[in-house]
Design a protein around this ligand. Structure first.
Ligand code: Z5A
Length: 210
């Protein structure tokens, strides 16, 4: 009987299919009689963090948002969410399913923005310490496919308008980090939705039964 709360995160480029993946994870956990679920998204997930999300995604009056300010807002939003929502939920035995977490910062700000790695490391250590997801499902796909899917949904936000080179760097960093960490499972997200769903179900049941 699984009784302690766990933190499962879904990561990937835009258009990777995180929304469907999260629904798949939730359904499967419920099939395992895990019903006390909390859903989060980053940046966001608390009133203050949601306000920061709007600033990160769209800036204000077209004022250029510096990369450092973007990074600081992402960590400000993250610590609000971790301390006020995620940790209390886990402590209460609930399972948390996150739409993105710190791996996004490592990939987007670390590799996409090419920000100083010492700065990111220092922020991560002081904000999160040793806190990390129990399982991360990284949905891997080429930026071309992901952006095409995202475009079909409507207007692209500030980050989505970055160059393909930016997203190539983000993807490469995701892949490198996934190779270094056994708690990150790579799912081929270029397949049909049915195949992606089946791969997620297999990865999750392997982990739950492992
Ligand atoms: N960001 C950051 O830079 N640093 C950080 O630390 C954090 C975030 C935490 C969040 O925006 C932005 O913040 C994000 C990274 C940055 N920006 N960018 N660029 P968001 O939350 O609004 O955006 P997103 O996370 O990228 O979500 P998304 O675009 O909605 O992606 P998704 O959830 O993975 O996609 P989806 O809605 O599930 O699927 C997109 C469409 O594709 C949809 O119509 C699906 O039906 C379709 N789809 C999905 N899978 C398939 C398959 N397999 N085949 C065919 N069609 C599919």
């Amino acid at each position: 009987m699984i009784s302690l709360g766990k933190f499962i995160v879904v990561e990937g480029l835009e258009g990777a299919g995180k929304t469907t993946a999260i629904a798949t994870v939730a359904q499967q956990l419920q099939a395992y009689q895990i019903h006390d679920l909390v859903f989060t998204r980053e940046p966001g997930g608390t009133p203050l963090a949601e306000a920061l999300r709007t600033l990160v995604k769209d800036s204000v009056d077209n004022e250029p948002l510096t990369y450092q300010a973007e990074l600081l807002m992402l960590y400000a939003a993250r610590i609000q969410l971790v301390d006020n929502v995620i940790k209390p939920a886990l402590k209460a035995g609930k399972w948390v399913i996150g739409d993105r977490h710190d791996l996004s910062t490592q990939a987007y700000q670390g590799a996409g923005r090419q920000l100083d790695s010492a700065l990111i490391k220092m922020l991560k250590n002081s904000v999160l310490g040793s806190f990390k997801p129990d399982l991360t499902l990284y949905l891997d796909l080429s930026p071309e496919i992901g952006l095409e899917r995202a475009k079909q949904r409507g207007k692209l936000d500030r980050i989505e308008q970055e160059s393909l080179e930016f997203f190539d760097r983000v993807r490469t960093r995701y892949q490198q980090l996934a190779q270094q960490d056994q708690s990150i499972v790579v799912i081929n997200a270029e397949q049909s939705l049915e195949k992606v769903t089946a791969a997620i179900q297999t990865a999750l049941s392997d982990w739950l039964n492992g």
